[in-house]
Design a protein around this ligand. Sequence first.
Ligand code: 13P
Length: 287
Amino acid sequence: MLVSAEEMLKKAKAGHYAVGQFNINNLEWTKSILLTAQELNSPVILGVSEGAGKYMTGFKTVAAMVDAMVDSLGITVPVALHLDHGTYDGAKACIEAGFSSIMFDGSSLSLEENVEKTKELVAICKEKGMSLEAEVGSIGGEEDGVVGAGECADPDECKAVADLGVTMLAAGIGNIHGKYPENWAGLSFETLDAIQAKTGDMPLVLHGGTGIPADMIKKAISLGVAKINVNTECQLAFQEATRKYIEEGKDLEGKGFDPRKLLAPGAEAIKETVKEKMELFGSVGKA
Ligand code: 13P
C-alpha cells in the first residue's frame, strides 16, 4: 500500500536524517528503487515528473503499476508515490489517479496565486490523507544548454507558505537540477538556517540532489532538510552501464533485442546509486 510522506518525513526531521526521493521513468527504475529500499529497510519516495507520467501513458498507469509492484515484490517499507514539480492540473490528476503525495510547484506564479492554489490543494490533500510539497524560490538548472543559478528563497515567504498547512517545503538555497557548473557557489546554509528558524518543525526538501558534495548534504540535513531528490545521478548510472554493455557486444548474440538483458545492467547500476544515497542520507534501517 502506498502511504503519505508525512509520517516518514516527520520521523526523518526529528531523527536528523533524510528520506530520498528517486524519480522513476519506467518499470526497471521502479523495481530497482523498491528492491533497494526493502533490502536496506529504508522508507522511500518515488518521484514522477509530469513528463515521465506522460511517457508511462498517464498517472493512472503509474499509480496502478507502482501499487501492484509494491504488492508483488512484497515491499513492506513505507513507499510514497509523489508527483514531482506538479502544475495545478497535474496535481489534480494525480490526486484522482491514486498518488499518495504531490508537489505543487507554484514557484513561477505570484506569491498571491501560489498561496491561493496551495491552500485549495492543502484542503483536498488533508481530506484524502495525502502529503503536499510546496516550493518557494525557484530551483535553477539547465534549460536549452544554459545553466541558471539557483535562487535563494525568502525566509518570510517560506513561513507564509509553510503556515498554509503543507507537509513539506522545498526552498531554493542555491541548489539546481542536474550537473552543477564548475563555478557553483555551493548551498547557502545561511539561507537554510534562516528558513528553518522561521518554519520550525516543517520538513525541508532539497532538490537537485545529484552532485552535491557529501559534506554539504550532511550539513543540510543537520539544518532541517528531511527529503532529498535525486534523478540525474540515476540516469547517468543507467547510461554508463548500458553503454558498457552495448560496447561489449553482449546483446548481439543472435537472438535480437532482448530488453530484459539490455536493461539489466542499468537497473543494477540504479540499485547501487540508490544504495549510496540512502547510506549518505542516513535513512538505512529507518523503515
Ligand atoms: P537531480 O536531477 O539534480 O538529481 O534533481 C532531481 C530533482 O530535484 C527532482 O525534483
